[in-house]
Ligand binder design. Structure first.
Ligand SMILES: Cc1cc2nc3c(=O)[nH]c(=O)nc-3n(C[C@H](O)[C@H](O)[C@H](O)COP(=O)(O)OP(=O)(O)OC[C@H]3O[C@@H](n4cnc5c(N)ncnc54)[C@H](O)[C@@H]3O)c2cc1C
Length: 324
């Protein structure tokens, strides 16, 4: 994309915008691969975020929001347009008693998900332990309806605040959110009932800026004990010492998991370039040695072909694949 001088100057001068140019996306994704983004902004306030979003929308410049980059594969030729990272803004957590049973907790989209888990646990608020060990941000976890065998975001989320491209903020209650496996769809007032879906197949330009959660009360010591056991089990099952994006494929609706299918298709340990299908968990593609995005995509395609051939099941990626 041609970035003209005026556009660069405008972005550089947005107060608190922290805009950089030709930024390697390998620095911002847990897989540690990916080419450069034309522009990369790390706004340090909601105001700076709104200025950037309004400007890019008015200029029809495409943008991609990222949280922790822990579910993203950026292709080797990078991203045309703007990447907006929420790591430096929307970082507040607040709690309020709602009634005798529930405590409301609001968390900004930029809050690290583990920080929210530990905040709840230390205050004796039950509900977030399921997400212990899931990297990334609160915003990313909401968009992905992130979860584990112990629960998922839908269970605890009460409402979200969404920033629209015109700078307006809309609150969406749970009744207007369609949750499904690793995605959600927002019924936005502005779109008059249209659905804004967070799947790989459609673009999602609205930005989640915060979520409100409902937790019940429990003993912090009991929650901590549960947390230790959940984290222990996770570390035994998953390769956590090398870059990855967690489970690469969505599990089929029934039957064997994606990991079991890939294992049975004989691909555990398979290497392409610097990427490898983990020996510990076959649904993890790991960057073992300076992999390129192309190496990872080649492994992904091989897994899809082999599983399709053996079991007649097409594995859909859970990881969002973006860029050129
Ligand atoms: C080691 C490892 C283990 C993992 N284990 C799990 C697990 O157990 N369960 C699980 O569900 N996931 C797991 N994941 C995947 C990942 O951590 C989750 O999907 C996480 O919730 C993504 O959050 P993020 O902030 O990193 O999102 P990103 O990767 O930054 O973004 C993911 C998607 O959400 C969009 N997005 C992000 N923030 C916003 C926002 N505020 N508004 C609008 N769109 C937004 C992005 O554009 C992108 O499409 C794992 C990943 C790793 C590396």
């Amino acid at each position: 994309m041609m970035i003209n001088h005026a556009a660069k100057e405008f972005l550089k001068n947005i107060s608190g915008g922290n805009v950089r140019f030709d930024e390697p996306m390998s620095r911002h994704t847990s897989l540690r691969v990916g080419g450069t983004a034309d522009f990369f902004a790390e706004p340090d306030s909601l105001e700076a975020l709104v200025d950037i979003v309004k400007w890019t929308s008015a200029k029809s410049i495409p943008y991609l929001i990222i949280g922790g980059g822990s579910n993203l594969l950026v292709r080797d030729n990078g991203i045309r347009g703007l990447v907006i990272s929420l790591k430096k803004c929307l970082n507040c957590i607040t709690d309020n008693r709602r009634n005798d049973i529930f405590v409301e907790v609001s968390a900004g989209a930029g809050v690290n998900l583990q920080r929210l888990c530990f905040f709840a646990m230390n205050k004796g608020l039950e509900g977030m332990n399921f997400a212990l060990g899931i990297p990334g941000s609160v915003g990313g976890a909401i968009v992905m309806n992130a979860g584990t065998e112990h629960g998922f975001m839908e269970k605890v989320l009460d409402s979200v605040n969404v920033l629209m491209t015109d700078g307006k903020i809309e609150k969406i209650d749970k009744t207007n959110i369609d949750f499904s496996y690793r995605e959600l769809a927002l019924k936005l007032e502005q779109n008059k009932g249209a659905v804004n879906r967070s799947s790989n197949r459609s673009s999602n330009r609205s930005i989640i800026i915060s979520g409100k959660f409902l937790f019940t009360r429990n003993e912090p010591a009991k929650l901590k004990k549960e947390a230790e056991s959940m984290l222990g089990a996770r570390n035994r099952k998953q390769p956590t010492n090398l870059p990855s994006a967690g489970c690469f494929f969505r599990n089929p609706q029934s039957g064997m998991t994606a990991g079991e299918l890939i294992d049975r298709a004989g691909l555990k340990g398979k290497i392409v370039g610097g990427a490898r299908i983990s020996m510990k968990h076959a649904n993890f593609i790991i960057n073992r040695d300076n992999a390129s995005a192309a190496d990872i995509i080649a492994l992904m395609e091989e897994a899809q072909e082999r599983v399709d051939k053996h079991f007649n099941i097409f594995l859909e990626p859970e990881v969002k694949i973006v860029g050129e």
